[in-house]
Design a protein around this ligand. Structure first.
Ligand code: HEM
Ligand code: HEM
Ligand SMILES: [Fe+2]
Length: 453
């Protein structure tokens, strides 16, 4: 770590780990409810659990992205952060809004629009918070001596994330119009601008971990961004098939969303190529594992499992079933959870000076969580395919078919236990690092010798 102010990232990473743990608790509540064990129903009804599970996911990922930016931007710009007190105020207010939102879900204070459940008054606070964050980051870049493509891609991604939150804050009386714009947030986030954030962090990590020239890595970044926008913008159409918009969305959505896996494929090829080209001497093996797995698992979860239900003819049957949950889990895990875990694994040793980057706990955490998540995806797939058959083909009532598929959730709980054990071990390592400290400050050249081919 070269700059004292990079330590601010720690708070965001710690919040991330805390909310991730809570998210998993709600996952289990829903898993058991699906199995028929809904004992907590009066306290946490399914609608509150699902809103909490998904919003905690979004908040812990955003907290991870902010932490990543607070760590990466000073380093890339070669200067201290513009303002540490401002970052701390932003941190506490972000955490408070998150906690209020979660409590609100339990007492019926939410909007009921999937992923955008946070009530409007809190939306304004989120927007102000994110603006303060962006001001701090952009002023740091302008204050800095260096301007890198990587830092601009990351920052542009975060600015677009904020802008695209706005269509979700407009009030519409018409359900179709509301749904149309809801996807500008949800789809254009995960299949558009979040990919820039992910690409920026991925590029930074690959530059640091493989030692390949920045020019080579940043050239790939342009290709990935190009492919993302080319396919992802009109790919929004794959959510417009049956919501009451004109029919041409069937063909537009089908064609463009079928091209979306190309961006994820490019990202995987890029990461593997850079790894092969690199010098493989960097001691932080765990960060390297998480970086490579991000690219590979994102392709499987988002690219392949997205493609599996993106054509109108298939989506007609699978829409809104557990097939969607199958894809949602592996895509979010591969693309966004893993990149946050990668940057945390990279930054923590440098912020604390403790060399926990190749230990057994860390490797076990990596394998158990990834294998567990793949097994969870398989359980959701089995449940989802059975649901499609029973509900959409034989015409069984929704609740009747839900009872038929209960056994699959036993398998889901087993897989989720494996997954959670991995996550718990990751958090054990996180706690073992302790707090960031100034003794970890260096000239920023920690692994310079290893980084040149
Ligand atoms: C990292 C990137 C991605 C993430 C995190 C992600 C996540 C999700 C989530 C959570 C949903 C459910 C949304 C809701 O119902 O509110 C969803 C739906 C969907 N995703 Fe993705 N996705 C990603 C990429 C892709 C890609 C690349 C494709 C296509 C190739 C795709 C195809 C679909 C389709 C067709 C649906 C609609 C499912 C339905 O009709 O119920 N996704 N995705
Ligand atoms: C112990 C671990 C977990 C369990 C048991 C679990 C379980 C569940 C269940 C039962 C649902 C509701 C499915 C439905 O009825 O629609 C759900 C939804 C969801 N979960 Fe998890 N989950 C876990 C961890 C995670 C993680 C780590 C992520 C992200 C990386 C995640 C992302 C999601 C998403 C995006 C949805 C919405 C899916 C959709 O749009 O259909 N979950 N989860
Ligand atoms: Fe989408």
């Amino acid at each position: 770590m070269k700059f004292k102010s990079q330590k601010v990232a720690y708070y965001f990473f710690a919040l991330s780990m805390l909310l991730f743990t809570l998210q998993i608790v709600y996952g289990f509540i829903m898993g058991f409810a699906h199995m028929g064990f809904d004992g907590l129903h009066d306290l946490v009804p399914f609608n509150a659990a699902t809103a909490t599970h998904k919003n905690l996911l979004v908040v812990w990922l955003l907290s991870g992205f902010m932490g990543a930016a607070y760590y990466i931007i000073p380093d890339e710009s070669d200067t201290e952060l513009f303002s540490v007190p401002l970052a701390l105020v932003q941190f506490y207010s972000f955490a408070i809004v998150g906690v209020v939102a979660v409590i609100g879900f339990h007492i019926g204070w939410f909007e009921g629009r999937k992923f955008l459940e946070i009530p409007r008054p809190l939306d304004y606070l989120v927007a102000i918070n994110v603006i303060v964050f962006l001001i701090n980051i952009v002023l740091t870049i302008f204050k800095g001596k260096k301007h890198s493509t990587t830092s601009w891609v990351l920052t542009a991604g975060l600015i677009f994330v904020a802008l695209l939150y706005l269509p979700g804050m407009v009030w519409f009386d018409n359900h179709t119009v509301d749904s149309f714009f809801r996807w500008w947030v949800v789809h254009l986030w995960v299949e558009g601008v979040w990919e820039l954030v992910m690409g920026g962090i991925l590029a930074y990590l690959l530059i640091k971990l493989t030692g390949v020239d920045r020019e080579v890595i940043e050239k790939w970044l342009y290709v990935i961004i190009g492919l993302t926008f080319l396919s992802g913008i009109l790919g929004t159409g794959h959510h417009y098939y049956f919501i009451g918009v004109p029919k041409y969305w069937l063909i537009i959505g089908g064609i463009f969303s079928a091209l979306e896996p190309l961006a994820f494929l490019a990202m995987t090829l890029f990461a593997i190529k850079m790894y092969n080209k690199g010098n493989k001497k960097h001691p932080n093996k765990l960060a390297l594992y998480w970086t490579l797995s991000t690219a590979i698992v994102a392709f499987l979860g988002a690219g392949l499992l997205g493609l599996a239900h993106t054509l109108p003819g298939v989506n007609l049957y699978t829409h809104g079933t557990l097939v969607t949950a199958m894809h949602g889990h592996l895509a979010f895990w591969g693309a966004y959870a893993s990149i946050v875990l990668a940057i945390i694994s990279y930054a923590m040793p440098l912020m604390t000076g403790r060399k926990i980057f190749d230990n057994n706990i860390g490797h076990l955490a990596f394998w158990l969580s990834n294998i567990g998540m793949i097994a969870m995806t398989a359980a959701f797939a089995a449940a989802g395919i059975a649901q499609v058959y029973l509900e959409r083909i034989t015409g069984l009532d929704f609740m009747v078919s839900q009872i038929e598929i209960q056994p699959h959730f036993f398998v889901l709980i087993l897989a989720a236990t494996l997954f959670s054990t991995g996550v718990a071990l990751y958090i054990v390592n996180f706690i073992k690092f302790g707090l960031p400290n100034d003794e970890a400050l260096t000239d920023g050249e920690e692994f310079k010798a290893l980084q040149t081919n």
